[in-house]
Design a protein. Structure first.
Length: 587
């Protein structure tokens, strides 16, 4: 017997919700080749917009129609009960995910796992972090959707009576959305800034879905105008993705305001272009996929339909196994591992959906068997590769800086690959450091950063110093390292200015940008910190080398680094400032 619920259900909703869950899984695994086929590669929106829109549609069907039939109180009680269920699921997922990431960060000596997941603050201040997690003010990376869903449901409670007046409800929803676009109003986040998904902006999609569920629209007799508009929006999105985002040189051909508009397409406040994109895709589905489409009942479509019908357990399970998929690809990247990660992930998610469907059909008298334990990948290859990459980067940076002084030892360094040679720094921009290298006084170097100057990550400045010292045996080089995990550019600026007040340095290395990008802070904050820091360094008579964010498959898959890299490129145009492009070198 099939466990897929049919009847009068619109299987399009279940199918595309299941597809969104699959896209979320592949998008969260850096280096997953199937991630190149997710929605975000073909539209200005991604799986999150699909998920929230269909969540609103489902809420409209489940609670909106109840409110219209039986009254406000029964429907409101059901909505609050569902919000409580989602809250409990989120807290459970938070505990499991934190334990999972923390364990492997320690076992593999990969503190970057903590930084990228925003779990570094949990390691530093565990009791406060747990309290903030309970209030939803602390949301690690990948765990932002369920808190958004909880708040959207609570906001939906006062909207229930207004479903009888869809135009009024739509006007209020749009007004709130526009107010957010103007003011940037958001719920506060413990780690700085606001929530990654501003619920007061994202309610637009949720409410829109609910209105469509309770007040279905009909296709006009002459829909050509809407067809053309949707096609143009979809085509514009493809052009932006492949001609602007995918080709940096295009940015130099466009006016600066246009480039700024296209690069700073904010996901937090649901940029209007993202709204237009999901609206166009919705219209395309309505026009091209009828509700009675026979293929939605084919066996090949049933796994996605089943996943969409049991989205909560499938989503939670996808987050959990997705981290194992990431580690598997980092351990051994190849075609076979790609097949195992994707086929195994799909099978696991469908299995969870089957168990949930069986529970729904047979009650909860029996407990399902626990999922089979997943064997962790071997530790040694991952740690060894990370160490080798760290050494290569520190050597490349030493070569780049050392060549400023025209050292014969460094100029004759063996195994200088073309990439390293391409990243040499211009001597005319580091004149203070070049003079100090050939002087008689000790040469002081300050290294400021977050994870790359903390614990095991602090090896990079020391290895760089050893390489430079070997190249300049007559010079006395001294290194001062300041920083710690999870520090933003603004926080590092305070450490930088304090250090400059105590000692005179010839060179300052400032690694920053990664934490700002991961936490979703405004690029303007990074620009302000860099400008103040560069002014302080130059005023102190030192040269400044900025080191841009590191490359990792996780960052490239889940964080929009382009605005922050643009800020650092601009900062490098200041006198006495040079940018070391670590991201491009590691890629």
């Amino acid at each position: 017997m099939s466990l897929v619920r049919g009847g009068s259900r619109d299987l399009r909703v279940d199918f595309f919700r299941g597809l969104a869950l699959w896209w979320i899984y592949t998008d969260h695994i850096p280096g997953d080749v199937l991630g190149a086929w997710s929605l975000r590669n073909f539209a200005l929106c991604d799986a999150t917009e699909v998920f929230v829109l269909l969540a609103g549609y489902g809420a409209g069907l489940a609670y909106g129609r109840t409110a219209l039939r039986t009254g406000f109180l029964p429907a409101a009680a059901a909505v609050v009960q569902r919000a409580w269920t989602l809250y409990i699921a989120h807290i459970f997922l938070f505990v499991v995910f934190s334990a999972q990431v923390g364990f492997y960060a320690a076992a593999l000596a990969r503190t970057s796992y903590l930084d990228e997941s925003k779990l570094d603050v949990l390691a530093d201040r565990p009791y406060q972090a747990l309290l903030e997690a309970l209030t939803l003010r602390y949301q690690p990376s990948l765990l932002n959707i369920l808190p958004l869903y909880v708040v959207l449901l609570l906001l939906f409670v006062p909207a229930l009576p207004l479903l009888r007046f869809p135009r009024l409800l739509a006007a209020l929803s749009v007004s709130l959305y526009l107010a957010v676009q103007v003011s940037g109003f958001n719920l506060p986040s413990w780690t700085g800034g606001g929530w990654f998904f501003d619920p007061f902006a994202w309610q637009l999609l949720f409410v829109g879905g609910a209105i469509l569920a309770t007040n279905p629209i009909t296709v006009p007799a002459r829909p050509r105008l809407l067809d053309v508009a949707a096609a143009l929006v979809i085509a514009f999105g493809l052009a932006v993705i492949y001609l602007v985002w995918g080709r940096a040189e295009t940015g130099f051909l466009l006016p600066l305001p246009v480039v700024h508009w296209l690069l700073y397409m904010d996901k937090t406040t649901l940029d209007p272009l993202r709204v237009a994109s999901i609206a166009a895709l919705l219209w395309a589905v309505v026009r091209l996929v009828p509700a009675e489409a026979g293929w939605l009942r084919w066996r090949v479509a049933q796994p996605l339909v089943l996943m969409g019908q049991h989205s909560l357990p499938v989503f939670c399970w996808g987050i959990f196994i997705g981290f194992f998929g990431r580690m598997a690809l980092e351990w051994r990247y190849g075609a076979l591992m790609q097949v195992l990660v994707n086929a195994g992930g799909a099978a696991a998610m469908v299995a969870v959906a089957l168990v949930a469907a069986w529970y729904g059909a047979h009650g909860r008298g029996a407990r399902p068997a626990a999922p089979a334990a997943t064997a962790p990948p071997t530790v040694a290859p991952v740690a060894a590769r990370a160490e080798a990459r760290a050494k290569a980067l520190s050597l490349a940076l030493a070569l780049a800086i050392g060549l400023v002084g025209s050292s014969p030892a460094l100029a004759a360094a063996p195994d200088l690959c073309p990439a390293e040679a391409a990243f040499t720094l211009p001597s005319e921009r580091l004149s203070s450091f070049a003079r100090a290298l050939h002087g008689h006084d000790p040469v002081d170097i300050l290294a400021v950063g977050s994870a790359s100057t903390a614990e095991s990550g602090a090896a990079y400045p020391r290895e760089m110093l050893e390489t430079l010292q070997a190249a300049y045996p007559s010079a006395t080089l001294r290194l001062d390292v300041r920083g710690g995990r999870g520090l933003t550019a603004t926080e590092l600026l305070d450490l930088l200015t304090q250090a400059l007040a105590r000692r005179r340095y010839a060179l300052v290395l400032w690694q920053t940008g990664t934490v700002d990008a991961v936490r979703g802070l405004r690029p303007e904050e990074l620009a302000d910190a860099l400008e103040k820091g560069a002014s302080a360094v130059i005023a102190a008579g030192a040269d400044l080398v900025l080191i841009d964010p590191q490359f990792s498959r996780f960052l490239s898959a889940n964080v929009d680094l382009a605005p922050y890299q643009l800020v650092m490129e601009h900062a490098a145009s200041l006198p006495g400032v040079v940018l070391f492009r670590r991201y491009a070198l590691m890629r």
